[in-house]
Ligand binder design. Structure first.
Ligand code: ADP
Ligand code: MG
Length: 780
């Protein structure tokens, strides 16, 4: 069954060559108890290791069941050890962190036997060696004899054809030795047992055949066996350790040194902690910034006014004046510098269309500047009253432009036009920024809203204008406001021409109230949504641009507008006006259909860039006078802060990454230590038929567990740290919730930590796999 032909093996250490096996030829029967006797250092262990496939021979051949092993691959040897050979060592070689039963099951793990069957067979083997009742103990809780029984049970569990025992009683007292020998003798009835010993007495008492060995050579053989040519009946089942078994094996190992594992995991997690904290803070800051930015976007829309001071023009002017001119002996008269830089935006119907075609995904809300006044009437206790919003302000052409740039869509004290929402499937500007105190959101162009501030107050003058007779501090119930009716009267019914050619408002009476016009209803009372968001609309009455357009449509061809278009005087007060002033008056009378400006509210900061691109596209290739120049007040505030935060984050992450790499190296060192510590285990696993891959897997599994553990630990600590960090930030900066761990970041970090530790531990794991099994088992 087993045949050694001229087998040689020598060890080279420095210049000395040891011939551990020197041309050994011997055959063994299928069933016999062979004792190999010989002095220490004669090569007995080497012989057993070579027979068992733990060590390789240099020359000759080992023939198993008629098959030469000369062409055996590593995996063939692994399978051979697992299927056909059981090893029993002098020092037992049990794995200390596994229970007795787990030690016995180990070989079967490698041959992929199902758990239930594994357990049954291990129990059988342990019963056979008389240790049925000790299965859950650890090796360290057993006596030497008991440990050797476990080792025998482990060797038996896979029911091998060959049992190889290397001085099995060498460490036992004589009584225990007798018992172990009885056991081995019993086992030899069913298989080939080759036992190495230097104890002649034992050999003679139990063995059926004694081979004397010296200096790597057989001296004599008490019962030689002549092997006849045998046909090849060799068959092997490949071994393979599942990932799950590798993880279980490493897990018990890790659990056997909890303290050290916890410390290492903590050290390894510091990298993760620092990155997690940096990311959480940057995440929180980013959110804060996004919030402030979107608020400032609402506060500072992209504005297109009728005229704008062109910054570029000023700077180009300056740069040209930077170069000193020569003294020509004269000075030159030149235009006012500010006037030079003043750019007039000529807003055309085409441009208005272009703005209206803005992608709602970039900017969904646009407000239009029109400067139209309302000929507004209301009924108060059956008395018709004019609702006047300081007409002086709106008719003052010199001021109106500047005033409008400050207060959004300022058309008079107490009225404003709210932005038009392009895509009404999305939230409207009002719903986005305002909170409904009472009533319902406006649906029709004739629906008005009353805008309060965040203290629920409205300017008393505005309320008085609307016909409420109030003192400061008076409370106006929503019921008195909601549903209030107003009337907008067309110019032709509102003004009358006096003999002097001037136009004056007619008395506000029932006749005027019931003449042609538009009836409006106050539908809602609203206020800013955020406590700290400033009111975007002036408090008072707000209405839609749709209404403004209706008013313009009704008044465009009214008498007063026609008259004003022809006159060089203000038709309302007779003062002379320039063309610019005249245009303003016509506008206020509803005589201009095009808006004089726009305010564009980008949806978010990225969208703002696209909006600016869109606006710039209009100007591409156009001469300077035809360009439309916008002002973007939010740009200065925002781009800077975002950039700084990004920069700081990158620097911090770089530092944290160094910590992470340190962690990785630590894991590598730990795995390497573990490899050194578990050398014997590696040898045992190999003796049981583990492949190199399986060994790598065991150690990879260990780092995998450590990686996940330290990742989870790191993220948890980082999460806990976010509380003190936040309270510090609140104290120092007043910003709440700065550290905000992002769940996605957390998941990624755990994965990164696991991958990094796997990488860090993989090299030592490969070193472990390459360990020579024979040397590993000799190590103590
Ligand atoms: P025994 O088991 O009979 O005591 P061994 O088989 O262990 O003898 O060793 C036989 C010889 O080979 C000894 O001289 C020993 O020193 C040598 N030897 C064994 N293993 C190695 C090794 N890994 N490297 C070098 N020499 C070795
Ligand atoms: Mg030996």
């Amino acid at each position: 069954m087993l045949q050694l032909q001229n087998l040689s093996k020598s060890y080279h250490v420095g210049d000395t060559i040891t011939h551990a096996l020197d041309d050994v030829s011997i055959s063994f029967r299928k069933q016999e108890f062979v004792a190999v006797l010989g002095p220490s250092g004669s090569g007995k262990t080497t012989l057993l290791n070579v027979i068992g496939g733990l060590d390789r021979y240099d020359r000759g051949d080992l023939i198993i069941n008629g098959k030469s092993t000369q062409d055996f691959s590593d995996t063939d040897w692994d399978a051979y050890r697992n299927n056909s050979v059981g090893f029993v060592f002098q020092n037992y070689n049990l794995i200390s962190h596994l229970s007795i039963i787990a030690n016995v099951e180990l070989g079967m793990n490698l041959s992929g036997i199902p758990a239930k069957q594994r357990n049954e067979r291990a129990m059988d083997a342990l019963t056979k060696v008389g240790l049925k009742d000790q299965v859950n103990k650890r090796p360290s809780q057993l006596s030497g004899g008991q440990m050797q029984r476990v080792a025998i049970a482990r060797a038996l569990a896979n029911n091998p054809d060959i049992l190889l025992c290397d001085e099995p009683t060498g460490a036992l007292d004589s009584q225990t030795s007798e018992q172990i020998m009885q056991l081995i003798k019993e086992l030899s009835k069913e298989r080939l047992v080759i036992m190495v010993t230097h104890n002649q007495e034992i050999a003679q008492k139990y063995a059926t055949r004694i081979v004397n060995f010296k200096d790597g050579k057989i001296l004599n053989d008490s019962r030689p066996y002549e092997q006849t040519e045998q046909e090849d009946t060799f068959k092997l089942k490949r071994t393979k350790m599942s990932y799950w078994n590798a993880i279980k094996l490493s897990f018990t190992n890790i659990m056997s040194k909890k303290g050290r594992t916890a410390l290492t995991a903590f050290a390894a997690s510091i990298g993760i902690i620092s990155i997690a904290v940096v990311l959480a803070i940057s995440n929180g800051f980013q959110k804060q910034i996004d919030m402030t930015m979107s608020k400032s976007l609402a506060k500072y829309p992209v504005i297109i006014n009728e005229s704008i001071s062109d910054v570029n023009a000023v700077t180009s002017q300056q740069s040209s004046s930077d170069k000193m001119a020569k003294n020509h002996g004269y000075i030159k008269a030149e235009k006012d510098k500010m006037a030079q830089s003043l750019h007039v935006n000529k807003i055309t119907p085409q441009y208005t269309k272009y703005i209206n075609k803005m992608n709602p995904d970039d900017a969904n809300n646009i407000s239009y500047q029109r400067g139209t006044n309302l000929n507004l009437l209301t009924k108060n206790n059956h008395k018709i009253e004019r609702v006047i919003f300081s007409p002086n302000d709106t008719h003052n052409a010199q001021n109106s432009d500047a005033v409008r740039a400050q207060a959004i869509n300022f058309t008079g004290v107490g009225t404003s036009v709210f932005p038009t929402t392009l895509n009404t499937n999305k939230q409207t500007f009002l719903k986005q920024n305002y909170q409904l105190l009472s009533g319902s959101w406006p649906k029709k162009p004739t629906d008005l809203v009353m805008v309060a501030d965040n203290q629920n107050t409205v300017n008393i003058n505005c309320l008085k204008n609307l016909g409420y007779n109030l003192k400061i501090g008076d409370k106006v119930n929503f019921k008195r406001l909601l549903g209030k009716k107003f009337k907008i009267v067309n110019n032709d019914n509102y003004y009358e021409k006096t003999p002097t050619g001037l136009f004056v408002p007619k008395p506000a009476d029932q006749e005027m109230y019931h003449s042609n016009g538009i009836t409006l209803h106050l539908k809602a009372v609203i206020r800013p949504k955020d406590e700290n968001s400033m009111s975007l609309l002036a408090d008072g009455i707000a209405y839609s641009d749709e209404l403004a357009k209706q008013i313009i449509k009704a008044n465009q061809n009214s008498e007063i507008v026609k008259a004003q278009k022809k006159s060089k005087h203000n038709v309302l007060n007779g003062q002379t006006v320039n063309s610019y002033g005249r245009k303003r008056v016509i506008e206020s009378l509803g005589g201009v259909s095009l808006p004089t400006g726009f305010m564009i509210y980008p949806n978010d900061f990225k969208a703002k860039d696209r909006v600016l691109d869109y606006l710039n596209n209009w100007n591409a290739g156009k001469p300077k006078e035809e360009r439309i120049i916008y002002s973007d007040m939010s740009s200065a505030v925002t781009s800077m802060t975002g950039g700084i935060i990004n920069g700081i984050t990158y620097v911090l992450i770089a530092f944290a990454a160094i910590a992470l790499i340190t962690s990785m190296i630590m894991i590598g060192i730990l795995t390497y230590t573990s490899v050194l510590e578990r050398t014997k285990e590696i040898g045992v696993l190999k003796a049981l038929g583990a492949r190199k891959k399986d060994i790598t897997r065991v150690f990879d599994a260990e780092t995998f567990i450590l990686g996940i553990f330290s990742g989870v630990l790191g993220v948890t600590i980082a999460y806990l740290l976010s509380f003190p960090i936040n309270s510090v930030f609140v104290k120092v900066t007043g910003l709440a919730n700065v550290a905000q761990p992002n769940p996605l970041h957390i998941l990624i970090l755990i994965i990164v930590s696991t991958i990094l530790t796997l990488i860090g531990g993989h090299i030592p794991a490969r070193i472990a796999a390459k360990k020579d099994a024979a040397i590993a088992l000799r190590s103590e």
